[in-house]
Write a new protein. Structure first.
Length: 76
């Protein structure tokens, strides 16, 4: 099975654009958009292997100014 996932991020106020730029350069990130509401950003992760998938999640979590993440994982 091929993993896909959505990460919902809460960020430091005013840091959303810088975070988006960093996240979009991470391998496995299909897209990332700003949100209004409880979360500031949503990121879709797609990869061909579990290893690539977990690497993308770990890389996103290391981006400065991210306060909290919620991750939903599925398989296609």
């Amino acid at each position: 099975m091929i993993p896909i996932g959505f990460m919902f991020l809460q960020c430091t106020e005013g840091a959303e654009d810088a975070i988006l730029r960093q996240i979009k350069s991470i391998s496995g990130v299909a897209y990332a958009y700003k949100l209004e509401g409880s979360y500031d950003l949503v990121v879709k992760i797609e990869s061909n292997t579990v290893e690539e998938f977990t690497h993308a999640i770990a890389a996103i979590r290391k981006v400065p100014s991210i306060l909290n993440t919620d991750t939903i994982i599925g398989f296609k």
